[in-house]
Design a protein around this ligand. Structure first.
Ligand SMILES: Nc1ncnc2c1ncn2[C@@H]1O[C@H](COP(=O)(O)OP(=O)(O)O)[C@@H](O)[C@H]1O
Ligand SMILES: [Mg+2]
Length: 163
């Protein structure tokens, strides 16, 4: 992968990526964002892939999860589990209909074509996780509502063991 790998704080990358540029827009729309990261969580991986992932998930929560004027919350958690980092991105929006759920990572799948959706955001996020972070991504819509993405990737990328 032609990208820079770096020892990085996942927490810093997440907060820099998704919060700093988005805070004025989030505040204008009345959203709350909670970040729950293990203190000192550090990883040796591709920060660009992590940034792409978080940016696309946050953008989607803002774009698809809530109706205009509706307030909501987005919660992002990151914790170490064994050799892995487990990242959880959850919103309390309308969720994804069961018939759309199996297709959301497909390229060009969008329910928002008329609003300018390309259907590439989650395809890019999927590739960022699988090819960039050597991890896996899953989605669930719990019965109480909202959408939860769970991403698991090695804290030390396999490339780190190569000379
Ligand atoms: N947080 C979310 N809440 C509800 N629906 C979502 C959410 N994230 C993604 N989706 C659904 O997944 C589809 C695909 O997302 P994406 O690949 O980013 O394409 P786009 O944003 O261009 O529509 C969206 O059109 C939407 O139907
Ligand atoms: Mg999108």
């Amino acid at each position: 992968m032609p990208a820079v790998r770096a020892a990085a704080s996942a927490c810093a990358t997440i907060s820099t990526t998704c919060c700093t540029p988005s805070v004025p827009e989030l505040e204008r729309r009345g959203f709350s964002v909670q970040l729950e990261c293990d203190d000192g969580l550090a990883c040796d991986t591709y920060p660009g892939a992590l940034a792409h992932l978080v940016t696309n998930l946050v953008t989607n929560s803002l774009t698809h999860a809530f109706d205009e004027g509706q307030r909501g919350s987005v919660r992002i958690g990151a914790a170490v589990e064994g050799e892995d980092v487990v990242l959880c991105h959850a919103d309390d929006g309308k969720g994804i209909p069961p018939d759309a759920l199996p297709h959301i990572f497909d390229p060009f799948f969008t329910t928002a074509r008329a609003q300018g959706g390309t259907g590439l955001g989650l395809h890019i996020a999927f590739n960022a996780v699988v090819s960039g972070l050597a991890g896996a991504i899953a989605v669930a819509c719990p019965p109480e509502g909202g959408t939860v993405f769970t991403i698991r990737f090695p804290r030390i990328h396999p490339d780190a063991s190569q000379p």
